[in-house]
Design a protein around this ligand. Structure first.
Ligand SMILES: [Zn+2]
Length: 229
């Protein structure tokens, strides 16, 4: 029965401090490479963690997160699993929404996306993103949340496994799935970007908040992802 909603919001906000010089160095390199390869650098703002306005070390979050994004997926090979059976099962339309953002938004980036039908929940090679449908520990103002449950030891930002939980009964959409997946990859809101943008600036693609049902990743997010992975 899922009905599209365009009032998706989440509770993720910016945080902490560290490592900007390194980021700008990375950007400069990416810019040079982009021009050399004949690829335009379209990014309006740096919105992949860490930014000058969103710094801090990745840590294990409580179930439902702590309201901050301080991690990013630990490498370019991103495996995901959608809960099948049990309390947090994704129904068919929810699964379609996730698959839509994976094929239309993240598949075309430099990330390598794969579905993991035999998810791994411990050890050094866990399934990277686990999608759940549910509202446990979501604040009333949140339609979805992303959190890390296995920060990589010795890494400033890397998380080996992240959970995404989105409310049931129609909240799963390509746009919101794209948004929460973006947080798992490391993307932040406009107010945590550098330079800061309003959280509704359309340059942010699906990282605007609130996000519409059909909103895709967009060039700014894609270029930021490809600058890091
Ligand atoms: Zn968000």
């Amino acid at each position: 029965m899922p009905i599209a909603t365009d009032r998706a919001t989440d509770a993720t906000t910016g945080r902490d401090k560290r490592r900007r010089a390194a980021r700008w160095t990375t950007f400069a390199v990416a810019l040079t490479v982009g021009i050399g390869a004949g690829v335009a650098w379209a990014a309006t703002t740096d919105n992949i963690h860490p930014t000058a306005n969103n710094t801090g070390t990745c840590h294990n979050d409580p179930d439902g997160g702590d309201g901050q994004i301080s991690c990013r997926t630990d490498n370019a090979a991103v495996s995901y699993y959608m809960d099948s059976g049990g309390e947090y099962e994704l129904e068919s339309p929810d699964r379609t929404a996730v698959q839509s953002t994976m094929s239309n938004d993240y598949g075309p980036t430099d990330l390598t996306i794969s579905y993991d039908s035999s998810p791994v929940f411990s050890g050094d090679a866990e399934t990277d993103i686990v999608y759940q449908e549910g509202s446990t520990n979501l604040s009333d103002s949140s339609d979805g949340v992303t959190w890390c449950n296995d920060a990589v030891d010795g890494s400033s930002y890397g998380c080996d496994q992240q959970y995404i939980r989105i409310r049931g009964a129609g909240y799963y959409s390509r746009g919101l799935s794209c948004h929460e997946t973006g947080h798992a990859i490391g993307l932040v809101h406009g107010q945590q970007a550098s330079p800061r943008l309003t959280n509704t600036n359309t340059a942010l693609g699906c990282m605007v908040t609130p996000v519409g049902d059909g909103v895709g990743l967009g060039a700014n997010n894609r270029d930021n992802i490809n600058s890091v992975f």
